[in-house]
Design a protein around this ligand. Structure first.
Ligand code: AMP
Ligand code: MG
Length: 483
């Protein structure tokens, strides 16, 4: 007899036309074994944590909740600029969870076996890649950046071939929804206009219900996605995050960071920094993320054209006018945030050039991104950071004068401390923690999870965790997609 389900799940996505999904069950794993469970997230969501094994078997689909079916989502996307039909090739939405505040979240399993959309892939995920996603997504959450969260990670007990054999694993992750720009591209190019309209209605109702009151809710949706994505990517720039694979299928309509394959954090500042092994032309380089998100939003606009207006030319005109507002909106929000990083309020645009000058000097002097801002906020001169070097002093003097003139020294300091993290996932530490963890030693991994849960608070005796990765390490460091 089936035990009473741990949590009740809903399946509102299945109200969409059936072209948008395939009902799928996760593979049955030989010997699943729990590796990590996110207790604090479980508590936040009011998911009972007492019986972890039950929860694991429930999430792996061994116990059905008898209420609906898990499914894989259909989508398309521009990958490195090229349009392709895609879909959840190694992920399954197990259902939607409503928290006590009635907020709806997808619970998705990643690495749960092949689906209709797997193409040549095996549908599996390595333990190392899922541990990496768990760590990075939790770090992003505590950096106060919207993101998918990691709920639980288990070893599947089987092996995954990637050049060599790796332990297989499955990650349960949580997002407001997995609807992405690529879902709309799929609707536009593989479905009817009615089906595109149905997706738009569903998305607005689920993510932005207030837009239903707009004169033109589809226009409202496009504007809102542009605005939340600008906020998101500005936040990435604030903490030095390089997503690494900003294909349109990896851009969520809800404005959450997701798909943590090849992401990494900047150490030494250079806008052209790229770590992803396949990004040979630097399309997704740190300093190109604004251009790319604009390009991606233009793909969303194209997909929405048939339902923006029933006159083709007018539709194009409306969409173009929205995209034309991108640059001004980006500049306002980007400089606003960067001014906060140097202790000035957003509305001090006359000092925007101060930001540009600082970044130029940081590039010339090969300064660490995180530690430079941290040292400025804390008035610390660390050994490795040349903020007291002769060639940095003119900028420092100028900046100090502006801060002193503003007569708000304490407020400036607080603003900086709120916006400049002390601890970010340093590439060499992340890799060391993952090496240890796949070898069975979780101590560094657990320590990092702890440190990154309070990234803005200075703590004594943790200097090792603030140091940048060695330039030699950074030169050869590479990250990988979908391993
Ligand atoms: P990503 O680069 O992770 O966004 O993946 C692009 C697409 O490839 C997604 O639709 C994934 O579901 C699919 N995919 C990635 N890895 C695998 C795999 N091992 N097996 C099947 N599909 C995969
Ligand atoms: Mg993806």
């Amino acid at each position: 007899m089936l035990k009473k389900p741990m949590i009740k799940l809903e399946y509102s996505y299945l109200s969409l036309p059936s072209k948008f999904y395939q009902l799928e069950k996760p593979a049955s794993f030989i010997k699943p074994e729990l590796v990590l469970i996110n207790d604090s997230l479980m508590r936040e969501l009011h998911i009972p944590v007492q019986n972890q094994e039950d929860l694991l078997s429930f999430l792996l689909g061994l116990q059905s909740d008898g209420n609906g079916s898990s499914f894989a989502q259909a989508y398309a996307g521009h990958q490195f600029g090229h349009f392709t039909m895609l879909g959840d090739g190694r992920a399954i939405v197990m259902g939607e969870y409503l928290d006590p505040l009635n907020q709806r979240f997808d619970i998705q399993l990643k690495g749960s076996g092949r689906t209709t959309y797997s193409r040549g892939g095996d549908g599996k995920a390595t333990l190392r890649a899922m541990l990496r996603e768990y760590l990075m997504s939790e770090a992003m959450h505590h950096l106060k950046i919207p993101t998918s969260r990691s709920l639980l990670l288990a070893k599947t007990g089987d092996w995954v071939h990637r050049e060599m054999l790796h332990e297989g694993s499955v990650l349960a992750r949580l997002m407001k929804s997995h609807i992405r720009i690529g879902t709309f591209e799929y609707a536009r190019y593989y479905c009817t206009t009615e089906e595109l309209q149905a997706l738009s209605d569903y998305t607005i109702n689920r993510l932005y219900p207030e837009l239903q009151q707009d004169e033109n809710p589809v226009v409202g949706l496009l504007k809102r996605v542009m605005s939340t994505q600008i906020d998101l990517v500005v936040n990435w720039m604030r903490v030095g995050f390089i997503h690494g694979v900003m294909n349109t299928d990896n851009v969520s309509i809800g404005g959450e960071t997701f798909d943590y394959g090849p992401c990494a954090f900047l150490n030494t500042y250079h806008p052209e920094t790229v770590f992803s092994s396949i990004d040979t032309h630097g399309r997704y380089a740190f300093g190109n993320q604004a251009n790319i998100i604009k390009w991606n939003i233009a793909r969303l606009a194209e997909a929405l054209l048939p339902i923006i207006h029933n006159n083709k030319d007018q539709s194009l005109e409306i969409a173009q006018a929205i995209i034309n507002e991108f640059d001004e909106n980006w500049n306002k929000k980007y400089y606003g945030k960067m001014l906060n990083k140097i202790g000035l309020e957003n509305n001090h645009s006359k000092f925007n050039s101060l930001v540009d000058e600082l970044l130029n000097i940081m590039k010339e002097l090969k300064m660490d991104y995180t530690n430079t801002f941290k040292d400025l906020s804390q008035d610390i001169v660390s050994e490795e950071n040349p903020i007291k070097r002769a060639d940095f002093l003119p900028w420092l003097e100028k900046w100090k004068n502006i801060i002193n003139d503003s007569n708000r020294i304490q407020e400036s300091k607080e603003l900086m401390m709120m916006n400049n993290p002390v601890f970010i996932p340093r590439n060499h530490l992340v890799e060391q923690a993952l090496d240890d963890a796949v070898g069975g030693d979780m101590s560094l991994f657990s320590q990092l999870i702890g440190i990154y849960s309070e990234p803005y608070r200075h703590q004594n005796n943790l200097d090792e965790f603030m140091k940048r990765s060695e330039p030699g390490f950074e030169k050869i460091y590479q990250t990988f997609c979908g391993t």
